[in-house]
Design a protein around this ligand. Structure first.
Ligand code: FES
Length: 87
């Protein structure tokens, strides 16, 4: 089980505990932390988050990402992580 520290995403700062089997986007939704998203397939880029600590496994995507950015719909935690919004 992994801990996701959510750092002020849509006004929420809290810690979630997950198994790492679902995307970060799905995990956040299940914990009522709602993110912008559209395609859920790594194409639109609307679910970009900052990975502040820890590691994720990230599926291929077409969206150019800067250092430290992840797509919530395409990544799953493989360690405890801390995430924040890009803005
Ligand atoms: S929802 Fe479109 S890239 Fe994640």
């Amino acid at each position: 089980m992994f801990k996701i520290d959510v750092d002020n995403i849509n006004g929420k700062t809290e810690s979630l505990y997950v198994y790492g089997e679902q995307s970060i986007l799905t995990e956040l939704e299940e914990h009522n932390v709602l993110l912008n998203h559209s395609c859920r397939q790594g194409h639109c880029g609307s679910c970009v988050l900052l990975l502040l600590q820890g590691d994720v496994v990230h599926q291929d995507c077409l969206v150019p990402l800067s250092q430290g950015e992840i797509l919530a719909c395409q990544s799953k935690p493989i360690t405890d992580i801390k995430i924040g919004s890009r803005n």
